[in-house]
Design a protein around this ligand. Structure first.
Ligand SMILES: Cc1cc2nc3c(=O)[nH]c(=O)nc-3n(C[C@H](O)[C@H](O)[C@H](O)COP(=O)(O)OP(=O)(O)OC[C@H]3O[C@@H](n4cnc5c(N)ncnc54)[C@H](O)[C@@H]3O)c2cc1C
Length: 510
């Protein structure tokens, strides 16, 4: 690599490749960025649930929010709802909880958990500490017509059509940000003597050189996995799911209610996601092939679609297999892996695109401008992202570890502490005595804050040991509960319906 970083090649034109290329081009206009994608290797095309961080990412790339909403079949996502995870009742017996994006009122300043238990423990935790559940259940949008682009009344992310999203990112990156787009298949990787990648040899465009290579080649992990041989750290022991059957289905009627949460419904050997876009639903069954056959998963998906009113005429679900885990290193020499090339764990809580955003932002913020400065940046990148993947695994496992379901070996194995990550084994007994707190998660930019742990812990029915509370503590918490209730009373009538806000945005095309 020349002394100064000038040329970057992004290998892969899925959501990861275009997000990275877009962000790099927007924030480093002096770089020459080339994105290579192959027509022989399709994109995965199923990542349709995001985190609120996506608002900032799109803004940084320079996209217009209303245009994005109009072009990508966008709906607003205010969190996730979990049906049937604690006892298997799928909602009818109250086995349902929310993990909203809104933090509890008073979060970090006031201890809410013991006062909630002492005064209103019969009501779900999320309902008491935030207005979000009421907003979602009333079918409200998270903002008003006049709320500025990317700003929120209630915190929100997006659901979107992954294919349309990739297309929009590509057009923007090429036309507005000057990214060079090469459609070709990479057949070989050429190296310098020191092991750095010198160029990628393509079928028709010859050798494409660069100083830095970003591997966004999806599950094939063409550079970090195949070329550098960095092993995948398997997480199968903790998170067994390794297959998915996604399908897109229309609504029974065009004006059917549009959920503004991702609904995750547990079944005997896995779970089913349900993402509502304005004109269709994206539904998929996630399962472990060690515990369920493909036919069983197919039958569970069919039963769910029947029960939720999907029309009988349906496309055949695709079949996706994956190895749950992440690479032992993400940045090797002059190559960084981002997206599926760096790892994948089941889509519960939709953390994959959020990790892509975090990786792309880190790359932009700390871009090493010379080869000599790359090693130190790479070391920190590897440490930080190994830490983040490990925290994602802890948090996802929490959803399973506390389940009381006893209808299969799948749930019994998830409950077995031998399958829990070490940190979760250490923290759960502590949370028996106190609530998850900020100091349990030491970094400022933790992927899941302690508030997320509280929502899932108490949503799953976990209860800390009761303690008698001083009046001052109760009073401070009660003020927060009152404020959450006041916000709910204001937001529910004051916010437009979810569909009606989207219709308005579609109609106001300029
Ligand atoms: C079942 C499932 C559900 C998911 N749900 C969510 C969700 O709700 N939320 C979320 O955040 N994430 C989700 N994800 C993850 C999400 O889909 C991905 O993180 C995201 O789409 C990024 O994928 P990618 O760009 O890394 O890979 P891909 O989309 O697979 O793109 C790979 C690219 O590399 C190119 N390529 C590969 N090899 C070569 C070669 N030799 N030469 C040239 N080009 C090459 C391909 O042509 C393609 O363009 C889900 C994943 C799965 C499997």
């Amino acid at each position: 690599m020349n002394d100064r970083l000038r040329e970057v090649v992004v290998l892969g034109g899925g959501s990861a490749g275009w997000l990275v290329a877009g962000l790099l081009a927007a924030e480093h206009p002096d770089l020459r960025i080339t994105l290579i994608e192959s027509t022989d290797v399709p994109t995965i095309g199923v990542g349709e649930g995001t985190w609120p961080s996506m608002r900032d990412t799109l803004r940084r790339i320079g996209l217009s929010e209303p245009e994005f909403i109009r072009r990508c079949q966008v709906s607003f996502k205010q969190g996730s709802r979990f049906d049937g995870w604690a006892r298997g009742g799928a909602g009818s017996d109250g086995d349902r909880y929310y993990h909203p994006f809104m933090l509890p009122v008073g979060y970090g300043d006031v201890d809410l958990v013991q006062p909630w238990l002492a005064t209103q423990g019969q009501r779900p935790f999320a309902d008491v500490v935030s207005p979000s559940v009421q907003v979602c259940e009333a079918g409200r949008a998270p903002k008003q017509v006049q709320t500025p682009d990317f700003a929120a009344v209630a915190n929100y992310a997006y659901h979107f059509d992954a294919g349309l999203f990739g297309q929009m990112l590509r057009e923007h990156a090429v036309a507005k940000l000057g990214v060079h787009h090469v459609i070709d298949h990479v057949e070989a990787v050429l190296s310098f003597e020191n092991g750095d990648i010198a160029a990628l040899r393509t079928r028709e465009h010859g050798e494409i050189k660069a100083d830095l290579f970003i591997d966004c080649s999806g599950l094939t992990s063409r550079l970090i996995g195949q070329h550098f041989g960095v092993p995948l750290k398997s997480e199968r022991e903790a998170l067994f799911n390794d297959a998915a059957l996604p399908v897109q289905v229309p609504y029974a009627t065009p004006d059917a209610p549009l959920a503004s949460v991702t609904v995750a419904t547990a079944w005997a050997k896995g779970w089913i996601w349900d993402i509502g876009l304005p004109s269709r639903r994206g539904v998929g069954c996630v399962y472990s092939r060690d515990h369920a056959s493909d036919d069983e998963a197919h039958a569970a998906l069919t039963a769910y679609l029947d029960a939720t009113g999907a029309p009988a005429e349906r496309p055949t679900p695709r079949s996706i297999r994956f190895d749950p885990g992440y690479r032992e290193q993400f940045w090797v020499r002059n190559c960084v892996a981002i997206g599926l090339a760096s790892g994948f764990i089941e889509p519960l809580e939709a953390s994959a695109l959020a990790l892509v955003e975090l990786s792309a932002q880190r790359l932009c913020d700390e871009l090493p401008m010379t080869r000599a400065s790359m090693e130190a940046v790479a070391r920190r990148f590897n440490d930080d992202f190994s830490y983040r993947w490990a925290r994602v695994i802890d948090f996802l496992k929490l959803h399973y570890a506390l389940s009381q379901r006893d209808d299969s070996d799948y749930w019994r194995a998830h409950r077995d502490p031998a399958t829990w990550p070490e940190r979760l084994r250490e923290l759960l007994p502590q949370w028996q005595m106190r609530a998850p707190a900020r100091h349990d998660f030491g970094r400022i930019d933790e992927v899941f804050p302690s508030a997320s742990y509280q929502y899932v812990l108490y949503g799953m029915g976990f209860r800390p040991d009761a303690e008698s509370l001083p009046a001052a503590k109760l009073q401070a918490a009660q003020a927060c509960f009152d404020e959450a209730a006041r916000q709910a009373r204001r937001f529910v009538p004051g916010l437009p319906g979810h569909r009606s806000l989207l219709d308005h945005i579609h109609k106001t095309e300029t």
